[in-house]
Write a protein that binds this ligand. Structure first.
Ligand code: X2X
Length: 337
């Protein structure tokens, strides 16, 4: 009898919880670091637009760029999403790596030689494993996007060898892996958020920075004395579309499917525009940067190898920290790409 009563109470509680679960918020906040017209911001807008269309406005998502939901501190974005301060994000693996150690894999120096290698990771077993890890950390990942290969710029002189980096103050963000890489190359790395980066470049507090070409041009980084840009492809920065666990659970299965599908489509668009003018026969993005008065250095295979050799120790140290098994899997996916 007692058990029956308890079961009845539990049943009533479950039913009572149902209407609450079906009630959607007036607005779901999506965090990003940069807005449209950066590919990153365009992709977040697209995600919101597709979801609004396909849910007849039931799910209203709004983009909050500048990591404004975490007062500009982009490395706190993941924690804020996990805790529900942020509903959703299109976030960089760099900015989430302080919480998810495995995301440092994309910042292992010279792991990914080309775009096919990025795809081999994000679309292969490594990407799948990373999504499982993110899910275990209380956030629901849905799709991959792309910020891009990160190229180094500075205001002093062309960088062709590790020696050219010696003594340069370079702005970085994310995990200590970036400090280790630039220290190994003889530079002086300094951690700061994107919000602080351009002012620091303007005043000369730092000599250089590293970011994808799209960020370099859209943010007009060339206007603050960054006259030398080296295309060294040392790390790439995929983006992840993700949703807070409770928010996700509050959506009906049909709406979950719409949100996921829209993220996949917005992610594909993001990757396409992030690579525009950088792949195949169309290298117009590089020519456009040169036309702005920037001296672009493309490394010879020998010069490239010098950077690889100089950072090999960092690679090995961080391979162990990230997990040798996952990095082995990545190396294999890249070898078979
Ligand atoms: O801060 C950066 O450099 C940026 C915009 O690329 C990221 O958020 C990782």
């Amino acid at each position: 009898m007692r058990i029956l009563k308890l079961a009845l109470i539990a049943g009533i509680a479950a039913v009572a919880a149902l209407p609450a679960a079906a009630q959607y918020k007036e607005e779901y906040k999506i965090s990003t670091v940069v807005p449209a017209p950066f590919p990153w911001g365009i992709a977040a807008e697209k995600w919101a637009e597709l979801v609004a269309e396909r849910t007849d406005g039931r799910i209203n998502m709004k983009v909050y760029p500048g990591a404004s939901l975490v007062s500009g501190d982009q490395t706190k974005e993941f924690t804020a999403m996990r805790r529900g301060i942020i509903d959703m994000a299109v976030g960089s693996t760099i900015n989430w790596s302080p919480q998810i150690q495995e995301l440092n894999i994309f910042a292992l120096p010279f792991l990914m030689p080309d775009y096919k290698a990025i795809d081999a990771l994000t679309q292969g077993p490594v990407g799948k494993r990373i999504f499982e890890i993110i899910e275990q950390n209380g956030v629901v990942p849905l799709a991959w996007g792309e910020n891009g290969f990160r190229e180094v710029s500075n205001s002093k002189h062309p960088i062709r060898t590790p020696d050219d980096l010696k003594g340069l103050k370079i702005r970085v963000v994310g995990s200590p892996l970036f400090n280790d890489t630039f220290t190994a190359l003889g530079a002086n790395p300094t951690q700061m958020s994107w919000a602080d980066a351009k002012p620091a470049l303007t005043t000369g507090a730092v000599d250089g920075q590293e970011n994808p070409l799209s960020v370099f041009t859209v943010a007009k980084v060339y206007e603050v004395g960054q006259k030398y840009l080296t295309l060294w492809h040392y790390v790439a920065d995929p983006l992840i579309f993700a949703v807070n666990q409770d928010v996700w659970n509050s959506f009906s299965p049909e709406d979950q499917e719409i949100v996921r599908q829209a993220a996949l489509e917005a992610g594909a668009l993001c990757i396409e525009i992030a690579r525009k003018g950088l792949i195949g026969d169309d290298k117009s993005a590089i020519r456009d940067v040169e036309a702005l008065g920037v001296e672009v250095v493309e490394l010879t295979p020998e010069q490239h190898q010098e950077f690889v050799d100089a950072t090999r120790g960092v690679y090995e140290t961080w391979k162990a920290k990230i997990g040798a098994e996952l990095v082995d899997m990545a190396e294999q996916s890249i070898a078979n790409r």
